[in-house]
Ligand binder design. Structure first.
Ligand code: NAP
Ligand code: ZN
Length: 366
């Protein structure tokens, strides 16, 4: 009998996978390709739990091929390099984010925007260039072309730093690209979760006045005292929202569920920009009239960032001590963590200690 595609590779691998739309993860044996001449093999040490992992595990975007091994906020250490690899050697600390390959020839790739290449290969939930499934970082090892491997800044912790690989670049890139990184601007961050709380930190580092727009009153004190936000608006409090009408230059919307854009657009000044990065499973309505037309406002999107920019973001975070606030959990806590993520019950990102806990339930501690 022919082997299934995931069994065709020579290197044994082990991770946790969701098998159906319950999204429940359980141990999964699979294989990785042998380290090619331009590849880096790494031992995964930490992996953040992004809400995209949850959307994928439950097939909320309608495209999940099961079994799916999620995870695209990966930090680890190099265990093997191909003979043409230039940037890395065994023992180096590295990161892997949401993309593991692109065509490298198109206009987008030539502009260092591999994230917008039409042939990009996401870290998991898709088919890799060799026709086998791509599996993510809730696993012991990864094999990735060196182009998509990031150099880990020396003073950045591998555990708390891991979420920068997705949450970090997804907020850093639109702030930069849309000119929302200028000192003195009033920036709103909607949704104080994994993406949102890092967005607050980057916007503060760029010198903005930052207001969090949230559904969770219990996050207010900490947002101001710990994360450094200047103000906090409860999005369901109409009076509070009315008091802030027309005062924002830009808003980054990280909300993971379907919600109305109108109240957010009305917070913008004329020419203000609402950048939506949250990716709910159903489309959002865009109120062209009155909101967009009457104030020449813009609604736009943004997806992660290119690889040059991701390295720049990591170096910027290390230099400015921008570190995600994380709750480190063991691999066998992942299903509970996912349940808590649905309820926005995490401050602010779960990170799985993959290196120490992936195999403990089998009595093998590495
Ligand atoms: P998260 O940690 O769950 O944070 C999302 C936040 O949204 C929650 O903490 C909550 O903040 C708010 N929220 C949740 N349900 C809401 C509702 N019904 N109405 C209003 N606000 C609600 O998720 P994340 O990991 O930051 O990811 C956020 C979204 O971005 C996901 O959809 C994910 O797939 C997407 N994403 C996109 C990209 C990209 O490249 N564009 C990259 C990564 C992730 P409050 O408690 O403060 O209200
Ligand atoms: Zn993500």
């Amino acid at each position: 009998m022919a082997k299934s595609p995931e069994m065709e590779h020579p290197v044994k691998a082990f991770g946790w996978a969701a098998r159906d739309t319950t999204g429940i993860l359980s141990p999964f044996k699979f294989s990785r390709r042998a380290t090619g001449e331009y590849d880096v093999q790494l031992k995964v040490l930490y992996c953040g739990i992004c809400h995209s992992d949850l959307h994928s595990a439950k097939n909320e975007w309608g495209s999940t091929p099961y079994p799916v091994v999620p995870g695209h906020e990966i930090s680890g250490v190099v265990t093997e390099v191909g003979n043409k690899v230039k940037k890395f050697k065994v023992g180096d600390k590295v990161g892997v984010g949401c993309v593991v390959e692109s065509c490298r020839q198109c206009d987008q790739c030539n502009k260092d925007l591999e994230n917008y290449c039409s042939k990009l290969v996401l870290t998991y939930g898709v088919t890799d260039t060799d026709g086998t499934p791509a599996y993510g970082g809730y696993s012991d090892i990864m094999v990735v072309n060196e182009h998509f491997v990031l150099q880990w800044p020396e003073n950045l912790p591998l555990d708390a730093g891991a979420p920068l690989l997705c949450a970090g670049i997804t907020t850093y890139s639109p702030l930069r690209h849309y000119g929302l990184d200028k000192p003195g601007l009033h920036i709103g961050i909607v949704g104080l979760g994994g993406l949102g709380h890092v967005g607050v930190k980057f916007a503060k580092a760029f010198g903005s006045k930052v207001t969090v727009i949230s559904t969770s009153i219990n996050k207010k004190k900490e947002a101001i005292e710990k994360l450094g936000a200047d103000a906090f608006l409860i999005s369901r409090d109409e009076e509070e929202m009315r008091g802030a009408l027309g005062t924002f230059d830009g808003i980054i919307d990280t909300v993971s569920a379907v919600h109305s854009l109108s109240p957010l657009l009305s917070l913008l000044k004329p020419d203000g920009k609402l950048i939506v990065v949250g990716a709910p499973g159903k489309p959002l309505e865009v109120p062209i009239f009155p909101e967009l037309i009457t104030g020449r406002k813009m609604v736009a999107g943004s997806m992660i960032g290119g690889w040059k920019e991701t390295q720049e973001m990591l170096d910027f975070a290390a230099k400015h001590n921008i570190l995600p606030d994380v709750e480190i959990v063991s691999m066998d806590y992942v299903n509970t963590a996912m349940e808590r993520l649905v309820k926005s019950d995490v401050k602010y990102r779960f990170v799985i200690d993959v290196g120490k806990t992936l195999r403990t339930q089998f009595g093998v501690v590495e």
